[in-house]
Design a protein around this ligand. Structure first.
Ligand SMILES: Nc1ncnc2c1ncn2[C@@H]1O[C@H](COP(=O)(O)OP(=O)(O)O)[C@@H](O)[C@H]1O
Ligand SMILES: [Mg+2]
Length: 221
């Protein structure tokens, strides 16, 4: 990715609203929302489209789900993760890799990223990562974000919130991340919305956008 080029989100209309995508230079973006709001799908789509449309290898860290089930679910959107893994453009790490990386999660992630020259990484989810690492580990989201940035990776951190508001743990202050996207559900109206709460270096709307999870993945109006 050229230095001055924005990083496509994988959602065409969201790119438009962001003047082309996430701001140039490796960035850290927090995607926050309640359960079922589409965080995992957003993260997978970001990495999948990055590979298919921009030839940018990617890494998915998913501590929450069974990976073969995740692959099956994502095939519903046409996201063939297995194929990309076979092509060595994608690596997926699950809960068991937390054990492997436990003593130095930052080096673990960077080593894995270097192996495939990854440009994008998704951490799903922040809460599970913190929980798995435990309090005795000298691990902070801030230093991880910094290290991943220095390694040239655009990082999405997915965070489960209880409300529509940002409800992130004390370790991630909102100033650490370059952007915050909030996903939510309006049950009574049977609709979803996406809000760009913050995006450094970008003029953007603050209005909620209508979001849908369709057969091709996430779309916004
Ligand atoms: N094939 C599909 N078509 C449309 N919507 C789907 C499809 N598969 C899942 N969904 C919707 O996506 C939701 C799960 O999204 P997910 O990205 O896992 O959310 P989160 O990670 O925020 O919990 C489901 O609860 C369902 O509403
Ligand atoms: Mg999820």
């Amino acid at each position: 990715m050229a230095k001055n080029k924005r990083c496509s989100t994988g959602i065409p209309n969201l790119d438009k609203k962001l003047g082309g995508g996430f701001p140039p230079g490796p960035r850290t973006i927090l995607v926050s929302g309640g359960c079922g709001t589409g965080k995992t799908t957003f993260g997978v789509q970001f990495v999948y489209k990055g590979i298919v449309d921009y030839k940018e290898p990617g890494i998915l860290i998913n501590f929450e789900q069974n990976i073969s089930q995740l692959k099956e679910d994502m095939l519903n959107f046409g996201f063939d993760l297995q194929k990309l893994e076979d092509e060595n453009m994608l690596r997926i790490y699950d809960r068991s890799s937390a054990e492997e990386g436990k003593h130095d999660m930052i080096s673990f992630l960077i080593e894995k990223a270097r192996e495939i020259d990854a440009k994008r990484i998704v951490i799903d989810s922040m809460q599970t990562l913190e929980y798995l690492l435990g309090s005795e580990i000298q691990f902070t989201i801030a230093s991880t974000c910094d290290a991943l940035k220095r390694a040239g990776l655009t990082t999405l951190i997915l965070a489960e919130s209880r409300t529509d508001e940002i409800d992130i743990s004390k370790d991630v202050e909102s100033y650490i991340v370059d952007g915050v996207i909030i996903l939510s559900i309006h049950e009574a109206l049977d609709t979803r919305k996406l809000i760009i709460r913050k995006m450094r270096g970008t003029a953007h709307t603050l209005k909620p956008m209508e979001m849908r999870i369709c057969e091709n993945g996430i779309e916004v109006d």
